[in-house]
Design a binder for this molecule. Structure first.
Ligand code: GLU
Length: 295
C-alpha cells in the first residue's frame, strides 16, 4: 500500500512547496543559507521542467528584515507589531531579489503574490487571485507566495505560512502540498524529548489521535508554525483533495526523491469533501464560528 501510494506521487501535476524561515537560514547567525536556497530553486525549476505547475510559499521576510536593519530588543519593545511589519517590508523585497536572481540563473520566470485573509474571504479577491495563479501557470511562471505581513493585522491575517500554503493549495486545486521543515515528519510524540516516539509514515485519515501527537513547537524559535499548524494545513489540504507531505528541509534534494516515489516524510492522503468551505474553515480557526465573513 505504502509503495503504491508513494509511486502515485510521480503523477502529481500541481505542487505547492512551503519552506519555513528557520530552513532558509543558518541557525548560528540567522543569515541566509544560499546553498539551500539554490538547491530549492533548482529542484523547483526541475519540477517545472517536467511539465508540472509549481508554487513556492516562502517565509523569512520578517527574519531577514530584522537582520538587514539590525533590529534591537528595544525596537521590538517600542511597538513590536509595527516593527515586524516594517521588517517584513524590508525582508520581503530582499528575499524576492535573491529568489529572482537564482531563478533567472535557470532561465525561469518567477512572480510574487502576497495574500491576506481578504484573499480568501472576499469572493472577488479570491477569484482575482485564482485567475492570476492560472495565468501565471499558463505563462510558465513560478509564483512565490507569502502573507502580506506589512498590512495584515490580526483580523485579516491568515496567521502562519503552514496554513497559508494549504490555503493556496486549496484555492488553486493543487494535488500535492509539501511542507519542508526542521523535522522529518510526524511522530507519535515529540522525538526531541521522548526517545520512544515513533515516526508516522502515512496518515490515511486525519483524526483527533494525530492532533494529540502534534506539539506546538518548532524547536528553532524562528517563524511561527509548529506541528499543530502543520496538521491544520493537512486538514485544509486533504479535505480540498490534495495529498500533503511533511518532510525535512535539511537536504532539499528530498523534493525529487519524494517525487520519484521514494518514502520520505509523512504522507497525508487526500480525503476530498464536497462540503469543505475554505472561508468557513479559516473563520473557525480564528474563533469566529457562525460569522464566516465571506462575501
Ligand atoms: N510571513 C512570515 C514571514 O515571511 C512568516 C510566517 C511563518 O513563518 O509562518 O516572515
Amino acid at each position: 500500500m505504502t509503495d503504491e501510494v508513494r509511486q502515485k506521487l510521480r503523477e502529481k501535476k500541481r505542487i505547492v512547496v512551503k519552506i519555513g524561515s528557520s530552513s532558509l537560514q543558518h541557525a548560528q547567525t540567522g543569515d541566509l543559507d544560499y546553498i539551500r536556497l539554490e538547491v530549492l530553486v533548482r529542484e523547483l525549476c526541475n519540477l517545472k521542467n517536467q511539465g508540472k505547475d509549481v508554487v513556492l510559499v516562502t517565509s523569512g521576510a520578517i527574519a531577514q528584515g530584522k537582520k538587514a536593519v539590525h533590529v534591537r530588543p528595544e525596537d521590538m519593545e517600542r511597538n513590536s507589531i509595527a516593527v515586524k511589519q516594517a521588517c517584513a517590508a524590508i525582508g520581503q523585497a530582499r528575499l524576492m531579489m535573491i529568489y529572482q536572481k537564482i531563478f533567472s540563473e535557470y532561465g525561469q520566470a518567477a512572480a510574487q503574490i502576497l495574500m491576506t485573509r481578504h484573499t480568501v474571504d472576499n469572493e472577488m479577491n479570491r477569484c482575482n487571485a485564482q485567475n492570476t495563479f492560472e495565468e501565471l501557470f499558463c505563462l510558465g511562471v513560478i509564483p512565490i507566495v507569502n502573507e502580506n505581513d506589512t498590512v495584515a493585522t490580526h483580523e485579516i491575517e491568515i496567521g502562519d505560512n503552514d496554513t497559508l500554503s494549504a490555503v493556496v493549495a486549496s484555492m488553486i486545486g493543487a494535488d500535492l502540498l509539501i511542507l519542508l521543515t526542521d523535522i522529518d515528519g510526524l511522530y507519535t510524540d515529540d522525538p526531541r524529548t521522548n526517545p520512544q516516539a515513533r515516526f508516522v509514515d502515512t496518515v490515511e485519515r486525519l483524526d483527533e489521535r494525530f492532533y494529540g501527537m502534534a506539539k506546538s513547537s518548532t524547536g528553532s524559535g524562528v517563524g511561527t508554525g509548529g506541528m499543530s499548524t502543520k496538521l491544520i494545513a493537512a486538514e485544509i489540504a486533504t479535505k480540498s483533495g490534495a495529498d500533503m507531505i511533511i518532510a525535512s528541509s535539511s537536504d532539499i534534494r528530498i523534493l525529487h526523491r519524494i517525487m520519484d516515489g521514494r518514502s520520505y516524510g509523512t504522507l497525508f492522503l487526500a480525503n476530498p469533501q464536497a462540503s469543505f468551505c475554505l472561508p468557513e474553515f479559516i473563520a473557525t480557526l480564528h474563533g469566529e464560528e457562525g460569522k464566516t465573513g465571506h462575501q
